[in-house]
Design a protein around this ligand. Sequence first.
Ligand SMILES: [Zn+2]
Length: 135
Amino acid sequence: MPQTVIKRTSSRQEINPETKKFEERLLQEKRSLADERDRIRRRTAEVEGSLPNEDAGEDEGTVDLSNSLMAKEIDISVNESLEDTIQDIDMALRKIHEGTYGICDICEGKIAKARLEALPHATLCLKCQSLVEGF
Ligand SMILES: [Zn+2]
């Protein structure tokens, strides 16, 4: 009797312990970045809420206003880079489950372990990263 292989094909790849460690770091980092993002969003909302009305016409409010606007602009750019990093982390997490974690997106070579240790969400090897940044 031929053995039929009924082995369920799991959509989840077997994750080796080393990659598992990176996954934990990535999830942890993502959590703290998401917290940071929420904090900035709340603060931006507060600044918006505290901006004086245009028709209030109070001189003493002017300095505060420009400070608030500046703080808001800084928050927005910080928030954007946080979003970028969170996206990179999501990408790396997806690669972990696809079994391609640690493989460069461009040249498909292995990303040096030291690089992943320093930057767990790296999706490019050092060489390709510097090529991309050179553009
Ligand atoms: Zn590469």
